[in-house]
Design a protein around this ligand. Structure first.
Ligand code: AP5
Ligand code: MG
Length: 217
C-alpha cells in the first residue's frame, strides 16, 4: 500500500512529480492547493473563505483544511492508497492526520520531501504556468509544453496562478520555513521520512522516487 505525503517548499516540484507518480502508480492525487483553487473558481463557501488568504500567500486555517482532507481521504478511491500533495503543512495538521489516518484505515506509510534552494524556487515560480483542469505544471523557461499555452496531458489552456507573484511568494516561503519545515523532524521521528534533492533534474528525481515506491510496495 502507498499512503504517501509529498512535501517541500513552494516551487520544489511537488505538483510536477505528483502527476508522474499518479500516472505510474494509479493513486488518487489529493492536492489541497488544487482543491482550494477549484472551490475558488466555482465560488463555493469554502472558496470564498480561502480566496484572499491563498492569493496573499498565507495558509488556510487548520480546522478548514483538516476537515477537507478527512472527508476526501475517507472516500472509496483512497482505500488502496493515495498521494497527498501539500498536506500536512503545520504540526497541528500532521497531528490530526496521525490520529485520523488509522481511524479511517488510511495511515500514512511514506513521506517524500523534495527540496530546492530559495533562489531557484523564485525563478521556477516566476516562469510557472499551470493547467487549471488537471493540475499539471509547466515552465516557460525549463519545461515548455509541446504547444505553447496548452496542457500536454489534457489540452486545456494554461494559466498563471494568482499567488505566483513576488510578494505572495515571499509570504509562502516564510510560512514554509516557520510552519512546514518543522515537519521534517516530526516525520523523521515517525521513521517515515525520505529526502530528495530537487536540483537533480526532473527525470532523475522521478526515477529515485519511483524506486522508493516500488520498494515500499
Ligand atoms: P499549493 O498549491 O500546494 O502551493 P505550494 O505549496 O506553494 O506549492 P506549489 O504548487 O507552488 O509548488 P510545487 O512544489 O507544486 O511546484 P511545481 O511542481 O508546480 O498551495 C497553494 C496555497 O493553498 C497555499 O499557499 C495555502 O494558502 C493553501 N494551502 C494548500 N494546502 C494547505 C494546507 N495544507 N494548509 C493550509 N493552507 C494550504 O513546480 C514549480 C515550477 O518548477 C514549475 O514551473 C515546474 O515546471 C518547475 N519545475 C519542477 N520541477 C523542476 C525540475 N526538476 N527542474 C526544473 N524545473 C522544475
Ligand atoms: Mg503544487
Amino acid at each position: 500500500m502507498l499512503n504517501i505525503i509529498l512535501m517541500g517548499p513552494p516551487g520544489a516540484g511537488k505538483g510536477t512529480q505528483a502527476v508522474r507518480i499518479i500516472d505510474e502508480f494509479h493513486l488518487p492525487h489529493i492536492s489541497t492547493g488544487d482543491i482550494f483553487r477549484e472551490n475558488i473558481s466555482k465560488g463555493t463557501e469554502l472558496g470564498l473563505k480561502a480566496k484572499a488568504i491563498i492569493e496573499r500567500g498565507d495558509l488556510v486555517p487548520d480546522d478548514l483544511t483538516i476537515d477537507l482532507v478527512k472527508s476526501r481521504l475517507s472516500q472509496e478511491d483512497c482505500a488502496n492508497g493515495y498521494l497527498l500533495d501539500g498536506f500536512p503543512r503545520t504540526i497541528a495538521q500532521a497531528e490530526a492526520l496521525k490520529k485520523m489516518g488509522p481511524e479511517i484505515g488510511r495511515a500514512v506509510n511514506l513521506v517524500v520531501d523534495i527540496t530546492v534552494p530559495d533562489e531557484v524556487l523564485v525563478q521556477r515560480i516566476a516562469g510557472r504556468r499551470v493547467c487549471p483542469k488537471c493540475g499539471a505544471s509547466y515552465n516557460v523557461v525549463s519545461m515548455k509544453p509541446a504547444v505553447e499555452g496548452i496542457c500536454d496531458r489534457c489540452g486545456s489552456a494554461l494559466i498563471q496562478r494568482k499567488d505566483d507573484n513576488p510578494e505572495s511568494f515571499k509570504i509562502r516561503l516564510d510560512n514554509y520555513y516557520a510552519q512546514t519545515a518543522p515537519l521534517v523532524d516530526f516525520y523523521k521521528a515517525e521513521g517515515l521520512y525520505h529526502h530528495f534533492d530537487g536540483m537533480e533534474g526532473l527525470e532523475k528525481v522521478s526515477a529515485q522516487i519511483a524506486d522508493l515506491l516500488k520498494k515500499t510496495l
